[in-house]
Design a protein around this ligand. Structure first.
Ligand code: WT7
Length: 643
């Protein structure tokens, strides 16, 4: 599969939690006897207020899954209270601010106090079990407190990434009818402020049901204030009781909603529930990162993405770990920041996205090599395929050839890691996410739905339920069935393609649907197209991805102006602004090509395959264009291709 060499398990992982033999045995049992296996795991990893009646029941045709039905537990109790006897004074969170001079440690004891106070403050504002709370926050400890405070009282959080626009925020608040919003006056990233409250105000102008907007004071700059609705976080906290009994939740009670993009329509509110999600978050955190007591672990994601949910907050805290939360960006004040932070806090595990690795690699080795990094034991990646060159650089330059690279494949919908090496169990092949985690039963399907046997390529599907599986699309269960369980009956359809090599290793080849992955951020081509056609000078738009050295994929937009409109740079700038306004800066097209016509079939369907080839500059394999309504359109596009 690759000209890059295989990396055997490093000697310092010989005593890892899971070795090759254990992996084989545990994996086999997890598939053959999920009831027995996960029943034991659920007792080992979590504290339950009431035991479950049955471990798992599912029906992929109806899109139903339930884990630990009848069991009761509370997530904040599992992430905080039960650790207190040994860890009240141990650090739970290390917060590293955008400014290198800003950092602090929050102990498990302090975490308990902050979370309970906030839970009581939310209750005092009328928030109760089952209510949805929108969190639109920068990367500050209060974001973690907000998540955990929701779980303490059984409220369902819906985090919206702080980089999303007011428009995108509004859509998400309305879709799940959040009546409470928690935000900050401003965020701070890379030395610049992010106008969170300004954005929230714009969004809330169209959200009449929101009765409370809780505002954390981060910068103290002037903001607009709506009396009654807006409440200072610190004022409510000052009067709040520091004790709040955790609400016993059913294992299948909703835990959070997180919006993610698909190939069509508006983003979907992926719904996760309590027991199964927390179990897989906890298990994967311990086994995949081979976490040892007292180690410092740093995941650079934002809590606005699922990675931040599972691997900054829930997975680490469920294990009583020390989790570092970083407010800034890897390139501020300069490209050495990550390694400076690693040395400063003696980080043992570092988990980031390939796009960040490629961006840092492009700057050269010096910002890395001027740091020690001797504390590092394990390096991880997530979010997109990692090219073997970046893998090797990460391994050689960042990890000094000492640290295994753990390439974790999973999705917002899967809740936690699904395909990943366990560092003590698996020889690594650069670019491969290797093998399935416990309980994950994979298959590759041919176009006709038959399973690929042995080595080969196909659509990546999952054959049976796993604990942290998506339970529903909020407010539209049918949409979940249609999206994930209808393509091939009886299988969960991931939307990714993959290859299995002769050694059984999985290699993710990328999305097979109209979903883009730009710098690890997931986006539907349809979302960007809808934004572009809002412009009254635009008749039509088609968006595809193209290979981008740093971002993985870039956004290539073919745009057809209305008849009589002479497109110019001003229009181009307006279109880019429109994408920023409707979605956020991550949705800026890299390339806009004016297209007097788009290649369509005679029935009017846009042939994206051709547009993708032109964008990829793969002009040899345009394929059959004879079925096009007007084949001349292709020549027109080719002669105006933007490089
Ligand atoms: C899509 C899911 C997983 C949390 C962050 C992204 C791609 C994710 C990998 C990987 C190759 C990957 C897939 C997947 N993806 N991890 N290790 N190798 N591709 O979550 O936003 O829900 O995106 O990201 O295409 O379907 P997400």
């Amino acid at each position: 599969m690759s000209e890059f060499q295989t990396h055997p398990v490093p000697a310092n992982f010989n005593d890892a939690h899971i070795n090759a033999e254990k992996y084989q045995a545990m994996y086999k049992r997890s598939i053959e006897d999920p009831e027995g296996f996960f029943g034991e795991m659920a007792s080992e990893f979590l504290s339950w207020e009431q035991p479950w009646d049955s471990v798992v029941n599912y029906d992929f045709v109806k899109g139903e899954a339930s884990w630990f039905a009848g069991g009761k537990l509370n997530v904040s109790y599992n992430c905080i209270d039960r650790h207190l006897p040994e860890r009240a004074d141990q650090t739970a969170l290390i917060w590293e601010g955008d400014d290198p001079a800003d950092s602090k440690h929050i102990t498990y004891g302090e975490l308990k106090e902050q979370v309970c106070k906030l839970a009581n403050a939310l209750k005092a504002r009328g928030v109760s079990k089952g209510d949805r709370v929108c969190i639109y926050m920068p990367m500050i400890p209060e974001a973690a407190y907000a998540m955990l405070a929701c779980t303490r009282i059984g409220a369902v959080h819906s985090i919206v990434f702080g980089g999303f626009s007011p428009e995108a925020l509004k859509d998400r608040i309305l879709d799940s009818d959040c009546q409470t919003v928690i935000t900050a006056d401003e965020g701070v990233r890379g030395g610049r402020s992010v106008p969170l409250k300004v954005n929230a105000d714009k969004a809330l102008a169209s959200c009449p049901n929101v009765h409370t907007c809780l505002v954390v004071e981060r910068t103290g700059n002037d903001i607009n204030w709506v009396e009654g609705r807006d409440q200072w976080y610190h004022e409510l906290m000052a009067g709040a009781d520091a004790d709040c009994a955790p609400e016993p939740m059913d294992s299948e009670d909703p835990l959070f909603i997180l919006y993610t993009s698909g190939s069509t329509g508006k983003p979907k509110g992926v719904l996760h529930t309590t027991g199964g999600y927390l179990l897989q978050a906890a298990m994967t955190f311990k086994y995949v990162f081979d976490y040892r007591e007292g180690e410092v672990y740093w995941c650079t994601a934002d809590v606005g993405w699922v990675t931040g949910h599972t691997y900054i907050v829930y997975g680490p805290l469920a294990n009583g770990a020390i989790s570092l939360m970083f407010e800034g960006v890897p390139t501020y004040p300069d490209a050495g920041r990550c390694w400076e932070v690693v040395d400063k806090h003696q980080v043992n595990t570092f988990y980031t996205a390939p796009t960040a690795i490629r961006a840092l690699m492009a700057v050269g080795d010096e910002p890395v090599t001027r740091s020690s990094r001797s504390s590092l034991r394990l390096l991880g990646t997530v979010g997109e395929p990692i090219n073997p060159e970046a893998w090797e650089w990460y391994h050689r330059v960042v990890g000094d050839e000492r640290c295994p690279i753990i390439d974790t494949w999973w999705q917002t919908e899967t809740g936690a890691h699904m395909i990943t090496p366990l560092p003590g169990a698996v020889d690594l092949k650069p670019g491969s996410a290797t093998f399935p985690f416990f309980g994950v039963d994979l298959a590759l399907l041919n176009e006709d739905g038959s399973e690929v046997e042995g080595a080969g390529s196909g659509y990546l599907v999952v054959k049976s339920s796993w604990p942290s599986q998506i339970r529903s699309v909020y407010g539209d269960h049918q949409r979940m069935i249609d999206t994930y369980f209808s393509n091939y009956a009886g299988y969960y359809f991931t939307g990714d393609g993959a290859t299995r090599d002769e050694d059984g290793y999985y290699w993710i080849t990328g999305r097979v649907d109209d979903v883009l992955n730009v710098s690890g951020h997931r986006m539907g081509t349809a979302e960007v197209e809808s934004a572009l056609v809002l412009h009254d000078k635009i008749a039509e738009a088609a968006v595809v991805g193209f290979p981008h050295d740093i971002k993985g994929q870039g956004i290539y937009a073919y745009v057809t102006p209305m008849a009589g409109v002479e497109p110019d740079d001003e229009l181009r700038a307006e279109l880019i602004q429109l994408c920023v306004k409707e979605i956020g800066p991550i949705a800026k097209p890299d390339i806009i090509q004016w297209a007097p016509g788009l290649p369509k079939t005679r029935s009017g369907k846009i042939m994206r395959r051709i547009l993708r080839k032109i964008a990829e500059n793969d002009l040899e394999s345009l394929g059959d264009t004879s079925t096009l309504a007007d084949p001349a359109v292709v020549n027109e596009l080719l002669s105006n291709r933007v490089c």
